[in-house]
Design a protein around this ligand. Sequence first.
Ligand code: R5P
Length: 328
Amino acid sequence: MKTLSFTFIITFVTATKVALSIFPSKVKSRPYLDELLKKFTVIGGNASEELAKKIAKKLNAVYLKSNLRIFPDGEGKITINGKPKKGKIIVVQSTYPPVDSHLIQALSLISKAKQYSSNVIAVIPYFGYARQDREFLPGEIVTMDVIAKLFKALGLSKVIVVDIHSKIALDHFKIPSENVSAMPQLVNYFKKLRLKEPLVVSPDLGGALRAKEFAKLFGTSYVALKKQRNRKTGKVQIRSSNLNEVKGRDLIIVDDMISTGGSIIKATEFLKKQKCNRVFVACTHALLREDAEKKIKKYGVSKIVSANTIPGNTAVVDVSGIIAKAIV
Ligand code: R5P
C-alpha cells in the first residue's frame, strides 16, 4: 500500500513538473507541487509569528503556525497547526515578556518538533535571561545556564540567537550555537538618514565592541561611556568625564537592548550636557517596558530604531535574511 502511494506521488510530481515546463501558466496545481518540494518546516511560536513567516519565505519552507490557549489557572496549551515535514524543523520564538511563558512555549514547541525530526533548530531571536549569565552577587542563580541545560536535554541540533547580551551567555550552551548580528542591517537603515557629522556612542564599556563594529560599517568613529549600575537597585549613572568630540554632532547610541530605558536616558542626559546635536538610538531588541519609549523621547531622543526580534513601533529593521542564512 505504502509503495503504491509513494509511486503515485512520484508519478504525480513528475507529470506535474512536465506539464509545468510545457504550460507554466495553465497548470493550477503549482502551489501543491511547491509544498511537496519544500524541505524544511518553520514553526512560528506565539511571540514571533511574523518573523517566523518571513524566515519560512526566505527558506522556501513550509510554515506552521502554533496556537496558544491560556487556561484560567494561567497554564498555556500550545498546538501546532498541521504536521511538520521529516526534514529540518526550525522553531522560532523570542523570549521577551512574559519571559517565562514565552520560554516554556519555546521548550514545548521544540519538544513537539523532536517527535517529527532528529534535526531541530531553535531560533530565539531575543534571548531573555542572557543578562543573568554569571553570579554577580553571592547566592544568585545563573538562570542562563539552567535554560541552556534544558535546551540540551531536549536534543536540539543547534540554537541561533541575534545579538545575545554577552558571549558568556552563549557559552553556557553545550550544543552548537550561533549568534548573528543585526548591526549591518541597523547601519544600512542609518545610512539612509541625513546626519550631521555622525558619531557612534556606546552607553557602556561592555558595548564598546558593538559600537566599534557599527562605526566601522558606518564609516565613522565611536566613543564608549562609563556606566555604573547599582546591582541591588538597578539604577544607572554615567561616570564619564567631559567629551568635547560630541559637540555639535549627531549621535547614534548603539546598544543590544533597551528595557526600562534607564541606560539610554542617562546617556542622553549626559550627551546633551556636552552640547551634542541630535541623539538617535539603534538597538537590536527594543523591549521598551512600560512607558520607556515615551520617557526616552521626552529626554530628547529624536528616533529609536530596532530590529524585528521583538515586534513593536520601533522594529523597522528586518533580520529574517541573516537568520535564514545561519540556518542553511
Ligand atoms: C546592559 O549592559 C545592556 O546592554 C543594556 O544597556 C541594558 O540592559 C538596558 O536596560 P535598561 O533599558 O533597563 O537600562
